[in-house]
Design a protein around this ligand. Structure first.
Ligand code: IMP
Ligand code: MG
Length: 178
């Protein structure tokens, strides 16, 4: 495991603390409501599973898979839906759960797409944010950590499908993807 890690950015304890904080904030903000968490596959699933368990409100899950990445670490700018939501969103309060917002292209596309289906409300919760890389403006209502412009993996985030199961967020050694 160690040979791919440049350095650990957030330990399991750092993440747990932050997830609890986000959960409390979301619970307070949505008091009396039911939340439909929309997880963006596959990166968001570990974060979403932990976050859902610290939200003290009725929560249901749906998932969408959009891709803008091939096997490289650079965004292609091309976003398409690979797997759509299972349920209609007309009368729901949607909370989009994302692992990381990088250029913002994925989230921008998704927000436009979901807004056109007329949900009651729509908000965004992202574990990680790379503000230096932003190409389009997107709202992040709940944000875990801002990080520098480095490629990170673990806690759901992958490189070429790998490292999602590492329980911490780490900077990938650049020789792995260069
Ligand atoms: P965006 O459209 O450029 O904002 O890219 C968002 C998506 O790119 C995320 O959902 C991730 O799947 C992926 N991504 C961006 N940066 C990283 C990273 O540092 N590690 C792993 N995946 C990343
Ligand atoms: Mg993703």
């Amino acid at each position: 495991m160690k040979e791919v890690i440049d350095r650990v950015l957030f330990t399991p304890e750092d993440i747990e603390f932050k997830v609890n904080e986000l959960g409390s904030q979301i619970t307070a903000d949505y008091y009396g409501k039911e939340i439909t968490m929309v997880g963006i596959l596959s990166g968001a699933i570990i974060f979403m599973a932990d976050l859902a368990r610290v939200i003290e409100l009725p929560v249901s899950f749906d998932f969408i898979d959009v891709s803008s990445y091939g096997k490289s670490s650079q965004t292609s700018g091309v976003v398409r839906i690979q797997k759509d939501l299972e349920k209609s969103v007309g009368d729901k309060d949607l909370l989009i759960v994302e692992d990381i917002v990088d250029t913002g292209l994925t989230l921008k596309y998704l927000l436009n797409n979901l807004e056109s289906r007329d949900p009651l409300t729509i908000k965004v919760c992202a574990l990680l944010n790379k503000p230096d890389r932003r190409k389009v403006e997107v709202p992040i209502d709940y944000c875990g950590f801002d990080i520098p412009d480095e490629f990170v993996c673990g806690y759901g985030l992958d490189y070429a499908g790998k490292y999602r199961n590492y329980p911490y967020v780490f900077v990938l050694k650049s020789e792995i993807y260069s």
